[in-house]
Design a protein around this ligand. Sequence first.
Ligand code: GLA
Length: 354
Amino acid sequence: MTTDTVAESFTALFGEAANATCFAPGRVNLLGEHIDSHGGHVLPMALPFGISLAAAAIDGDHDRIASAQFDDIAQYRCGAPKTGHWSDYIAGALETARSQGWLAGAAAIYCDSAIPVGAGLSSSAATIIAVLKAFAPDNLAATDLATLAQSVEHDFIGMPCGIMDQMAIAVPAPGEILLLDCRSLEYERLPLPSDWDIAVVHSGQHRALADGRYRQRIEEAGRARQLLGLTWLTDLAREDTLPALQDPVLSRRVRHIASEEARVMQAVEALRNGNATAFGALMQIGHHSMVKDFDASTPEIDRLVADAVEAGAHGARITGAGFGGCIVALLPRGEKGQWWRKVSTIHAKASLLF
Ligand code: GLA
């Protein structure tokens, strides 16, 4: 749905017109996985599809939240904690809009999302950002929008996510690559070279970000940081040898984080030089690291990545938090159609999202 049709559905459902409509895209991460919380650099790209939303302030002390994806209308009591309902992300963003003084009382929301949930494409961050944008002042800086959206995840939802998704949604235009320093939040917007193409394929396997494995990786990295006496694990990207840790699991987590940061630095070089072969090779090694060191892939995704490369991609890897969801592949421009015909004959449950 476009923002216009979402506004029409809003009026049909709530019997009054929306005051604001907005759009927030999904994102795909090309490289730099699970390092945003550790002061690393990441290379996400905003997608052309996302969430469209219509909103209005209403009387009373309950928000009314509806979505094209669900049949019920959620009633959320202003000031209450999360309820475990699908509308929690929206309710949390409305709480933040109120605490910022952008919204005086309750609100009605109608949204439509084209971002599959649990696919690694940031449906939750996009939802939160779309709601905040509906009420935020026009001159709010993208970085402030992103950090407020992250605080909804941390404080309302209880998800200790990094800042990559929110920045990737708030800053670049769809199709641009964001080179983001997650430590300083400085960024550069880089164009995709004209002979490169990006494909995003859903494996058909869903995962829930809130299912504990993401949090577990954050905790493991936190323990490693303490043991090593470091503020930022990505500082280890500059070391020739990694410091020894007795726990083999923590050692592997640290190796992923340090090597992934180093790969992003090399990938930026490859991107600036338009060297798709080098960028693709780094994606491949990055995937291997997600499999072997971060334990964040699945056998089905590994087969999809292997077949994506076999079918002609320069490189492919699992994208986002992992544990299922999507892969991202780098292709020579103009070859997506024939590439997908090959991949889809082997992977009947997979779907090409972009
Ligand atoms: C999720 C989180 C991000 C990031 C990625 C993994 O999308 O929200 O902050 O950590 O996983 O790179």
